[in-house]
Ligand binder design. Sequence first.
Ligand SMILES: CC(C)(COP(=O)(O)OP(=O)(O)OC[C@H]1O[C@@H](n2cnc3c(N)ncnc32)[C@H](O)[C@@H]1OP(=O)(O)O)[C@@H](O)C(=O)NCCC(=O)NCCS
Length: 180
Amino acid sequence: MSDPRCIPHDHLSPSDVSGLRTLFDAEYRRSHGEWDPDAPYGYAPADVHVIDGDDPVLAHVGFQRRAITVGDRTVVVGGTGGMLVAPSARGARRGERVLRELRAAMIDADAEFGYLGCAPSVVPFYERAGWVRISPTEYHDDLAGRRVRERDDSPIMICSASRDASEWPEGDVDLHGRPW
Ligand SMILES: CC(C)(COP(=O)(O)OP(=O)(O)OC[C@H]1O[C@@H](n2cnc3c(N)ncnc32)[C@H](O)[C@@H]1OP(=O)(O)O)[C@@H](O)C(=O)NCCC(=O)NCCS
């Protein structure tokens, strides 16, 4: 197995984009339409991508560095999205590997914590990789730019980056933009 590659969004080659498009379209095209690298399924785009495999791409996760508000504090997070492993490559720790690389890249980018929202079914996967579930009230912007409150039953998870996850502050979260 070769090591995952960490690539800034602006440095993705045409072949990287094509490999990612194949990975995402195979999983989501029928349900969510075509993958758009700059607005993936309406979520905020990544500014750093971790990619495992060349041709085909077997796994991906990305993050966007953003200052958000937690209570009365400003916190810099690596907003994480696009976690996907090709069906034929699942169960071989590729997901875990790209998350490990992601965390190193978030530290390099001076993000304090990783942050993501996910389906309840994948909470155990992220927990295995060291992420911690938190239960704040979250506000973010929808596609029309309106500030909306996330449902209380949608899992939110954080991980340590330049600060330990135990230092996450108390309070409501405002993402000041679209979620990832
Ligand atoms: C979820 C997903 C990324 C996991 O990737 P993967 O490469 O198969 O996972 P790994 O092999 O790295 O698994 C690491 C650990 O997590 C566990 N795990 C993996 N997927 C899991 C799931 N869906 N639910 C619970 N545990 C899971 C594994 O059993 C393993 O645990 P172990 O340490 O006890 O052996 C992959 O199944 C996927 O792409 N699913 C569809 C897209 C998706 O749901 N993405 C998340 C969007 S938020």
